[in-house]
Design a protein around this ligand. Sequence first.
Ligand code: ADP
Length: 323
Amino acid sequence: IKCIGILTSGGDAPGMNAAIRAVTRTAIYNGFTVKGILRGYRGLVTNEIVDFHSSSVSNIIQLGGTILKTARCEEFKSVEGRQQAYENLKAAGIDALVVIGGDGSLSGANIFAQEHDIPIVGLPGTIDNDLGGTDATIGYDTALNTIMEAVDKLRDTASSHERLFFVEVMGHTAGYLALNGAIATGSEAAIIPEMDTEVDQLAELISQGFRKSKNSAIVIVAENPRTGGAMGLAERVKKEFPQYDARVTILGHIQRGGSPSAQDRILASRMGAMAIQAIMEGQRNVMIGIQNNELVYVPFSRAVRHNKSINRDYVNLVKILSM
Ligand code: ADP
């Protein structure tokens, strides 16, 4: 292997740039050449590939987003699209690939690697923390901090007006942001996708009379297309519990932005360097994960479409601490 290609795909996440920098510089340090592929798999299909040097990644560790740009690409979901991508890779002389992205991007990498002879190493880049085999993903800590700062501000107005606030955060398949966001902000409850088939979380919340001894309540809600998320809950409250003055704040894409936290920069730097080590060791079709602060190789098949279980102790903690 002489030349390593790198791309970012799917939803952007703070720390992707720190990962790009670490991959690029570790590769160059070890004698590889590096090429950057623009706009994720789309750039692979449309052949947007540029030479990368050490200076290509100067002064980016502190930046949110991704200098390589990211995109979603329908063509890559077809056999023909992936064939085109492979031909472009070969023509560019790229003989190993580092993919930074979330569940969809790594699913795509998994399929691509089964069809074509190219070693691929993945890095978990998503604020949702919804990949298997890793305790954390690049961008998750920064997003959690963004949520924390926003909810702290909402608390000021919630308590001044004695209101019930539903704050919607991202994570329609994983409640990590909602649950840990609730713990970090002392919120009254978290409503998460992992639990919404078991109990009616809203009814439980109201029946516990959470507002009796309090002058405000904040409930963090994971977005949920099926139930309508925070909006859906507020509508239900209006109908079933009109005594509450329910308000909704949807944090939306601000959760994806911002300068990465120290933790995300360090995680991205460690994982990026490890991706090159993995390629040198002959690993292929693995994602770099972190478990108990040790970097590990996680086969793509175990990383994607994985329902990481939520820690029940955390759910109980929110209940106990908000009484
Ligand atoms: P994320 O990586 O953030 O989860 P997406 O789910 O949008 O983002 O996936 C990003 C891209 O990965 C898609 O636009 C597509 O090009 C590719 N991809 C996702 N799933 C598959 C799949 N099953 N087969 C091939 N490519 C896929």
